[in-house]
Design a protein around this ligand. Structure first.
Ligand code: ATP
Ligand code: MG
Length: 456
């Protein structure tokens, strides 16, 4: 087995920028401009002049402008600013604002306020586009009074992060420095309170503040670091990497549906190979999916099973890139678990019982929904017949689509022709009354995981 290609590309060709003093004497012309400059005085803000307009979604820009006209502060934040600076195409555009959710709702007709504790506004546009608007919040962990007992500090886990705050506090509550950059559309400036711009230039993941504390507060950040490193081909700062390794056991305390969702994100992003490698190497896999980690640990005993699994991850990545969208969730979970599941059932007389013995603890530990677990079980059972072109009645079930994806990935991983799968798929899609995808609509996709964040 060899690690994924670790080649770190040269720093991106970022637009040149200059650093201005946050409290620079304001130009006399506009009162509003002066307010904005004074607003962040004393917060340690560094402004970078960078023109990112070209890549910005016009609807997101409209939302920012309307919030500003309504008398609020509003910026583009997080992943979209990071991705634009790295020269990538953002998946979505998020906005942070001083406006409260109800203020946002009063400004937009096409607005839904979602979430009970972590309340967010979703502004809906045509084609299923959602612009998420979140009120500035601060990290409640920073509220803890100094005399608080050490017991409290043993458990840093954040259970609610719904405390409103100022722009700079909102930046500092975020996970990684490159995720905490705000973009000011009026001044064409990136606002940087924690050195994120430099880390983007060095393509290195740094936590905001002390890494062990930040991972203890929310262990899901360990998986997020892996996701960004893998998907964006970034390095992880050594102290951050060490902290990921030393706090990995805390993943057992994280909300289980979030673990499930983040594992899927690792598989969906076109970098499943690098993600699974890092997950295994940091030991995070042995906390969440010990069956899989043990399988990878012993490549000899499994007769090259680990190498096969990583080739399968490569196949997922090439299919994701070719389609421009991720594989079905059931297909992804099947491909992840199939090798160790086959091993667990090998030589067992009661294969159904052996499969349950293997899957039940996984389902429990990372909250795999029944629908997905049953899909995995059924696809693994039917796969040998499907490979022989004998799908029978199974071809009339919704599971045929993910099952064909699994078969295609397996054939690709073994360097074999996938023509037969394409033929079966073409025949299947042509059949009347069948849809080509069983994925839920885009809006539900956005809501689920976001609503859960921080609320548990
Ligand atoms: P992606 O491109 O995968 O959407 P993203 O950075 O936009 O990446 P999101 O999950 O959409 O990630 O979150 C939006 C922003 O919210 C992040 O950029 C980060 O600033 C903040 N954030 C998300 N999750 C956490 C977390 N667990 N802890 C702290 N901040 C977080
Ligand atoms: Mg995002």
């Amino acid at each position: 087995m060899s690690p994924p290609d670790d080649h770190i590309p040269a720093p991106p060709d970022l637009p040149s920028y200059t650093v201005e003093d946050a409290v620079e004497a304001p130009a006399p012309e506009k009162r509003r401009n002066r307010d904005a400059l004074e607003r962040h005085a004393g917060t340690g803000l560094v402004r970078h002049n960078v023109g990112l307009e070209e890549g910005i979604d016009p609807d997101a820009a409209k939302v920012v402008r309307r919030l500003e006209r309504g008398g609020h502060e509003a910026y583009l934040v997080g992943g979209c600013v990071r991705d634009l600076l790295l020269g990538g195409k953002p998946k979505d555009f998020d906005i942070a604002t001083s406006a409260r959710p109800e203020d946002v709702r009063s400004l937009f007709r096409n607005c839904r306020v979602i979430g009970r504790r972590f309340r967010l506004a979703h502004i809906l546009f045509g084609g299923g586009k959602v612009i998420e608007v979140a009120t500035f919040r601060r990290n409640p962990a920073m509220e803890a009074p100094e005399e608080e007992s050490s017991e409290v500090f043993d458990d840093l886990l954040i259970r609610s992060d719904n405390v409103f705050g100022e722009a700079h506090e909102d930046a500092l509550r975020r996970d990684f420095t490159m995720n905490a950059l705000f973009y000011d559309l009026d001044r064409h400036q990136v606002l940087d309170w924690c050195g994120g711009m430099q880390d983007v230039q060095h393509r290195t993941i740094h936590t905001i503040g002390e890494p062990i504390t930040r991972f203890r507060e929310d262990p899901i950040r360990i998986l997020r670091a892996i996701k960004f490193a893998a998907r964006l081909d970034l390095g992880i700062a050594p102290d951050v990497y060490d902290a990921m390794v030393s706090t990995r056991e805390d993943l057992a305390k994280a909300a289980r549906p979030r673990l499930f969702e983040e594992i899927l994100r690792l598989l969906r992003g076109g970098a499943a190979h690098r993600s699974m490698w890092l997950l295994w190497e940091t030991g995070a896999m042995s906390v969440m999916l010990p069956e899989l980690a043990a399988f990878l640990d012993d490549d000899e005993a499994t007769d090259g099973g680990g190498s096969r699994l990583f080739r399968t991850m490569d196949a997922i990545d090439s299919m994701t890139k070719a389609r421009g969208r991720p594989l079905d969730d059931i297909a992804l979970w099947t491909l992840l678990l199939k090798e160790p599941l086959d091993e667990a059932c090998d030589g067992e007389r009661d294969k159904i019982h052996a499969a349950s013995e293997f899957l039940d603890p996984v389902i429990e530990r990372v909250a795999v929904p029944r629908r997905i677990a049953d899909g995995v079980r059924r696809i693994v059972a039917i796969l040998p017949r499907l490979a022989a072109g004998k799908a029978g009645r199974f071809a009339r079930t919704d599971l045929i689509i993910p099952a064909l994806d699994v078969l295609e990935a397996e054939l690709l991983a073994n360097g074999r022709s996938t023509d037969a799968v394409h033929k079966m798929r073409a025949g299947h899609v042509a059949a009347p009354g069948r849809s080509a995808s069983s994925r839920p609509p885009a809006y539900r996709d956005v809501r689920g995981p976001r609503q859960r964040r921080g609320a548990e």
